[in-house]
Design a protein around this ligand. Structure first.
Ligand code: CP
Ligand code: NVA
Length: 321
């Protein structure tokens, strides 16, 4: 009989049942480590063709206010793997798109669904939705956070490098939603995290302080700088994201100028460790935030990283729902 790697882990997940997954600040470092290990184990199972129907008969509603390729598909496939169903809902087509309150929407969704995944413009709105929804609400990206992405990011580094503790992870680019969650995730795992942004595009100051505290508790560190070379130096992993996020398109010309010294190119990665891992949440803009030679080069794991959205989220879904 095929060994189920995740079997032991799944027995111990009761404390996560019914929780929302809005930010990685709501979880302890032990819980994040547990979810990562579960994701790793469930991936091994999946690759071996073992997919126990842990969520048989359960339905996840997936609301999108913004575009998505990876998030939509990985959640939908994840629910299929777990024996349940995912329902895609474009927020525009729901009554919430023409004014029904978040309060009423949350209560109504709770009548039908076992979980809600939402990609929204406003993190505040997602918090309000979670408040009025009795089933778990999972954040599939807001203006401030992208926690499911960060779980896939760490899973990828773990696969390539093994133990995460003590590794240097640098995020170079816009201090955005992806950056916020990534740095907190790295802090939970005791990594040494460096964030380099241009002036005016800094990582949120309050979140930086929280991330620093979490890192210290785990033997890691978090630092912010305006110098991309300082961040890249001796890195085990280098991460970037688009310079213009969804909804910021009007600023894109200015951002191209403001971020020009923050491109991840051969010169910059020359400061990292030789076997550094390059990561990007995707979608990417080649020759803007990253040179094609880097994202398409031998140190890039971006497609494995995208695929890991599936496995990271299956662990979250199986634990919460
Ligand atoms: N990385 C990410 O969230 O991709 P999508 O926007 O395609 O979902
Ligand atoms: N920072 C990007 C991430 C996309 C997955 C955005 O918000 O558009």
């Amino acid at each position: 009989m095929t060994k189920i790697n995740s079997e032991k882990s799944l027995i111990t997940q009761e404390s996560l049942k019914g929780r929302d997954f809005l930010t990685l600040l709501d979880y302890s470092s032990d819980e994040i480590a547990y979810l990562l290990q579960l994701a790793y184990d469930m991936k091994q199972d999946t690759l071996a063709g073992v997919m126990p129907p842990l969520l048989a008969g359960k339905t996840l509603g997936m609301i999108f206010e913004k575009h998505s390729t990876r998030t939509r598909i990985s959640f939908e496939v994840g629910m299929i793997h777990l024996g349940g169903h995912g329902i895609f809902m474009n927020a525009r087509d729901l009554q919430i798109g023409r004014g029904e309150s978040v309060h009423d929407t949350g209560h109504v969704l709770s009548e039908f669904l076992d979980g809600v995944m939402i990609r929204a413009k406003s993190h505040k709105m997602v918090e309000e939705l979670a408040e009025h929804t009795s089933v778990p609400v999972i954040n599939g990206l807001t203006d401030i956070f992208h926690p499911c992405q960060a779980m896939a990011d760490l899973l990828t580094i773990k696969e390539v490098k093994g133990d995460l503790k003590g590794l240097k992870l640098s995020y170079i680019g816009d201090g955005n939603n992806v950056a916020h969650s990534l740095v907190i995730a790295g802090a939970h795992m005791g990594m040494h995290v460096a964030v380099a942004t241009p002036e005016g595009y800094e990582y949120n100051a309050a979140l930086l302080e929280k991330a620093k505290k979490i890192a210290e508790q785990n033997g890691g560190s978090v630092m912010a700088t305006y110098d991309p070379i300082e961040a890249a130096a001796a890195s085990d992993a280098i991460y970037t994201d688009v310079w213009t996020s969804m909804g910021q398109e009007a600023e894109s010309a200015k951002r191209l100028v403001d971020f020009k010294d923050f491109q991840i190119n051969d010169q910059l990665v020359g400061h990292a460790n030789k076997d550094y891992v390059f990561l990007h949440c995707l979608p990417a803009h080649r020759e803007e935030e990253v040179a094609a030679s880097v994202i398409d080069g031998p140190n890039s794991y971006v497609f494995q990283q995208a695929g890991n959205r599936l496995h990271a989220q299956k662990a979250i879904l199986a634990s919460l729902l």
